[in-house]
Design a protein around this ligand. Structure first.
Ligand SMILES: [Zn+2]
Length: 281
């Protein structure tokens, strides 16, 4: 999970820009009278997130009057996502905020869309609220399509509010038996509160990070194993030095929880592997 600076965009401004070209004046007026409620809902989200009270936000399919789920979906899908429409500038700005174009939720795949942290189908009032819109890859977006937290533990990490990228909380182990491969799991720092540990596990499981990281690590390992065997055969210390360098450079450049850093760290700490187990692959 990668942290992104919380957008400074104001929900009300985004909404008003999106509806600025609505031709039907009656409809436009119906939208306009929702602006303060939309801004208040975004501020409520912003207040509740750090308190882990997102689950308390009510699901309401109507915003005000005849503006509800269908009308807000149209504002987002037609007036914000569609290129050339007034709100599209905001859409692109939010989408492009992810460093290196990588999805902050999985840290692996490319950003393709904006994910609604609270789904717009259940919380239409937050359809265009910047704090509810996270740049995401298609898979992470699909994974949690209509899920929503029902308690604090289910409040998965959010790139604008949770900074967990510099502390090691993801680990891996190389399974030395068939089927060979890496297994990733969550092991949080002992000084984390239990609720943060539970949220970490929930985030990891919700986005199926074990499967994703394992697939990448297994491929990397296949490509690197002959080099590692050669180094071990020259001298066991050469393998250890190589693993140490591979780990530290990935940790420093890609992050301590990147699948790459975690993978090399697991090999470095695997006594069986560095004492000759490498030759079994
Ligand atoms: Zn992703």
């Amino acid at each position: 999970m990668r942290t992104i600076a919380k957008p400074t965009l104001i929900a009300k401004d985004v909404f008003l820009e999106c509806i600025s070209t609505v031709n039907d004046l009656v409809l436009k007026q119906s939208y306009e009278i929702c602006q303060d409620l939309i801004e208040a809902a975004a501020q409520d989200f912003d207040n509740k997130f750090p308190l882990l009270e997102i689950y308390q936000i009510p699901q309401n399919l109507t915003v005000l009057g005849n503006i509800g789920k269908k009308e807000m979906k149209s504002v987002y899908t037609y007036r914000m996502v569609t290129p050339g429409m007034p709100g599209n500038t905001f859409y692109n700005k939010l989408k492009n905020a992810a460093p290196y174009g990588k999805c902050p939720l999985c840290s692996v795949r490319l950003v393709e869309t904006l994910d609604h942290y609270l789904p717009k189908s259940l919380y239409p009032i937050l359809s265009v609220a910047p704090v509810n819109l996270i740049p995401a890859c298609g898979s992470c977006n699909t994974e949690k399509k209509i899920s929503f937290p029902t308690n604090s533990i289910e409040q998965t990490f959010h790139p604008y509010y949770d900074d967990v990228q510099d502390e090691s909380w993801i680990r891996a182990t190389l399974l030395p038996f068939e089927p060979f491969g890496f297994y990733y799991f969550v092991e949080c720092p002992s000084n984390w509160e239990q609720i943060k540990k539970d949220r970490a596990k929930n985030h990891f499981n919700s986005f199926k990070l074990n499967e994703l990281f394992t697939a990448h690590a297994n491929e990397e390992f296949r490509g690197a194993k002959n080099q590692m065997k050669n180094l071990y055969n020259q001298h066991p210390n050469q393998l250890i030095e190589h693993l140490n360098e591979a780990f530290t450079s990935r940790r420093d450049e890609l992050g301590v929880n990147s699948w790459q850093a975690v993978m090399y760290h697991s090999l470095l700490k695997d006594n069986w592997f560095i004492q000759g187990g490498v030759l079994n692959f």
